[in-house]
Design a protein around this ligand. Structure first.
Ligand SMILES: Cc1cc2nc3c(=O)[nH]c(=O)nc-3n(C[C@H](O)[C@H](O)[C@H](O)COP(=O)(O)OP(=O)(O)OC[C@H]3O[C@@H](n4cnc5c(N)ncnc54)[C@H](O)[C@@H]3O)c2cc1C
Length: 373
């Protein structure tokens, strides 16, 4: 019997979509080319930043409010913790994109926030060394979500509610037909009424005619071991982002299991082929990240414990690409990445399930659609 909906790709977006479909009693199948929680795409690793006042665009805030609610719902459904509210400090010059954008978004949506000058920020968090002309926007709702844990939980719950999951099965083609779509995999043909393409960096290989110009870019994460981890622990140290002439860097509280995680947003913006890109890390990768520690958090300028690569799937305007494919309403594309999509995953799941089952959603996503390209 054909499926109501097939979901291609079980990273952050696809796993959440599968869960929301199964929760509605839909016959759904998720098809993943590798194994769940593999490390070749965008969703691996333990943590991702979540924040409410959003420098990228104020229109993300209503989606974020829903995402926070749905993260809590996931916690209730599983009895497990995914959301860690540590507060977030977003630092830089007042006219930087990060600080000005966060403030604009927070003011437009009347969000709780506090503005600190450099001196006050360093009084509260003495590990930072900020220039006098920096300020910090503090958002109490900021923090991090547990990434691989969430993907695993969405897939497990979906399976428990009857969804089928195919791992290590690559989709080769999507063929629209009168009943919906035929999905040709390396092993079989799967019929479904609708398909959600949540294939991350591989989206264009499945939908080459997609209007959006999506590019995979290589990113690097590093974990260091500060001599004294105490000031960096979750109870004392917030998630942080900092914009300077070096770019935007960000980091998380220390964890015994991982160390102190730090990264440079967009890294070198190096466009790569997701099939063949270099997944080893170099001294140059480390230097680009470490430069911010040396300058702004010298107590964290410590030996590296590990470094890893990851992919951003960038659109031309760095906003998500989300909606039905023109001319093929049974095909829904979901590229909630451009380097900032994980925190949205539960609300993406709801939106995608809405589009596949009702053709519409209560969430304001029109501005993220394919029509803009
Ligand atoms: C280093 C790094 C740091 C980040 N930090 C943050 C952060 O702090 N906060 C935040 O909100 N976001 C962050 N992001 C972004 C966020 O992680 C991504 O937006 C999100 O993970 C994208 O998920 P996805 O499901 O679109 O893609 P993916 O997780 O890559 O999932 C796509 C899946 O499709 C599968 N697939 C592809 N082709 C096929 C095929 N033909 N057949 C079957 N399966 C296929 C792939 O194997 C893959 O599993 C970060 C990303 C990176 C890389």
């Amino acid at each position: 019997m054909p499926y109501d909906v097939a979901v291609i790709g079980l990273g952050a977006a696809g796993s959440a979509a599968l869960y929301h479909l199964a929760r509605r009693g839909k016959r759904a199948v998720g098809i993943e080319r590798f194994s769940i929680n593999h490390d070749r795409g965008s969703s691996h690793g333990q943590t991702r930043v979540i924040r409410l006042g959003y420098y990228e665009h104020p229109s993300y805030v209503p989606l974020l409010r829903s995402a926070y609610t749905l993260w809590r719902d996931l916690e209730l459904a599983t009895g497990e913790t995914f959301l860690h509210i540590t507060g977030i400090a977003e630092m830089g010059r007042p006219d930087s994109e990060l600080v000005a954008g966060t403030l604009a978004s927070s003011r437009e949506h009347n969000l709780t926030h506090e503005i600190l000058d450099a001196k006050e920020l360093m009084r509260r968090h003495p590990v930072f060394r900020l220039p006098d002309d920096f300020i910090a926007v503090m958002q109490p709702e900021g923090g991090f979500v547990e990434a691989e844990h969430a993907v695993r939980a969405h897939v497990t719950l979906a399976k428990d509610m009857g969804a089928d999951v195919r791992e290590n099965e690559r989709v080769l083609a999507i063929e629209p037909n009168r009943g919906g779509v035929c999905i040709v995999t390396a092993r079989e043909k799967i019929e479904a009424g609708h398909v959600i393409v949540a294939a991350g960096a591989w989206t264009k290989t499945l939908l080459p005619d997609l209007a959006a110009n999506l590019r995979a870019t290589r990113q690097v994460l590093m974990w260091v071991d500060p001599a004294d981890p105490v000031p960096f622990r979750e109870t004392r140290f917030p998630v942080w982002m900092l914009e300077s002439e070096l770019g935007i860097h960000y980091g998380f509280p220390f964890s015994d299991a991982e160390g102190l995680k730090v990264s440079k947003h967009f890294h070198e913006q190096e466009v790569v082929d997701p099939e063949t890109y270099d997944r080893t890390t170099s001294a140059r990768d480390e230097a680009l990240i470490r430069a911010a520690l040396t300058q702004f958090i010298p107590a964290a300028d410590a030996p590296a414990r590990a470094a890893k690569t990851c992919l951003y799937t960038m659109s031309d305007d760095a906003h998500f690409v989300l909606g039905r494919v023109p001319g093929h309403p049974q095909i829904i594309v979901a590229s909630p990445c451009s380097g900032h999509g994980f925190k949205f995953s539960p609300v993406m799941g709801e939106v995608l399930a809405d589009l596949a089952t009702k053709g519409e959603t209560r969430h304001d996503i029109g501005w993220l659609g394919l029509g803009r390209f």
